[in-house]
Design a protein around this ligand. Structure first.
Ligand code: ZN
Ligand code: ZN
Length: 279
């Protein structure tokens, strides 16, 4: 039954186009109809954020190269044979669970390692929590975030329809999870919903370094990083002084890393202090 369903519904190019370009306007409309917080239609940095969402060439070039290089190295016939011996639902869950795990570990690393944080910080810089900022990701950050799904799909080599459904589902969940839609709160106990993931972006001290999961919340509960207080919704997000320009955002992490290094270097710090002391 599942096989027939997948045959009929998936691997359709119009669904691919919808999930790439049409899902955002739909989610933006739902945000207006069922808002969680009062927010303007276009927040700080909206033009740049739209560019992130719709620019097709920079990311395709990076992912295209990555895909070709990774396919050469990762494909193992025995693993592919094992995956393809499973029914389609089994293949889906195998790839899904493993990518959730790899994503969770990588996401925690991005928050814990200062060098990686400077790139991930771009995603966290939005002062408004709404779907338009979903794709505000530094290109390096986006490549690293694409790695869990891409590597597991390449390593396990499930049926192409399973891979398509996974990507389709994730594109939708990414948008929904970052949206301002006031959906049913209880779904946040098993899925990464707007209620749940907003705490990850919140500036509230209690929510610091919490809710790292991608699509299901189980790993956060398993590893003690879940934060989901009853009857509250976060209201302050991001950094009001962080640049909202797409191109500047691609450069800013390198500037921050350089600044940090210079600040840690005693000779440079002393030089800077001397320079500032000059009349
Ligand atoms: Zn994060
Ligand atoms: Zn996010």
């Amino acid at each position: 039954m599942w096989g027939q369903f997948l045959d009929q519904v998936l691997n359709q190019s119009h669904l691919d186009v919808f999930s790439r370009y049409g899902a955002l306007p739909l989610i933006l409309l739902l945000e207006r109809l069922f808002p969680m917080r009062k927010t303007p239609l276009f927040g700080r940095g909206w033009l740049s954020d739209s560019f992130y969402y719709y620019e097709p060439w920079i990311k395709s070039a990076i992912f295209g190269w990555f895909l070709v290089e990774a396919t050469k190295r990762v494909s193992i016939p025995e693993i592919r044979a094992f995956t393809q011996s499973l029914p389609l639902v089994g293949q889906f869950f195998l790839v899904f669970v493993l990518t959730e795990l790899v994503f969770y570990v990588m996401h925690r690393m991005m928050h814990a390692i200062p060098f990686l944080w400077e790139f991930h910080r771009v995603h966290h810089s939005s002062t408004q929590y709404y779907a338009l900022m979903t794709k505000r990701l530094h290109l390096l950050d986006e490549t690293l975030f694409g790695f869990p799904t891409l590597s597991m799909v390449l390593l396990l080599s499930p049926d192409p329809q399973v891979a398509f459904f996974l990507v389709f589902f994730r594109r939708f969940m990414d948008l929904y999870g970052h949206s301002n839609i006031n959906g049913p709160r209880f779904t946040g106990f098993f899925l990464v919903t707007p209620h749940f993931h907003a705490w990850h972006h919140s500036n509230h001290p209690a929510a610091m370094d919490k809710n790292f999961s991608r699509d299901t919340v189980f790993l956060d509960y398993l590893f003690g990083t879940a934060y989901y207080p009853k009857g509250q919704i976060p209201t302050t997000f991001g950094e009001p002084t962080y640049t909202t320009n797409y191109f500047r955002q691609q450069i800013q992490p390198f500037i921050e890393i350089f600044r940090r290094k210079a600040a840690l270097n005693p000779k440079k710090t002393a030089q800077r202090q001397m320079y500032q002391a000059e009349p």
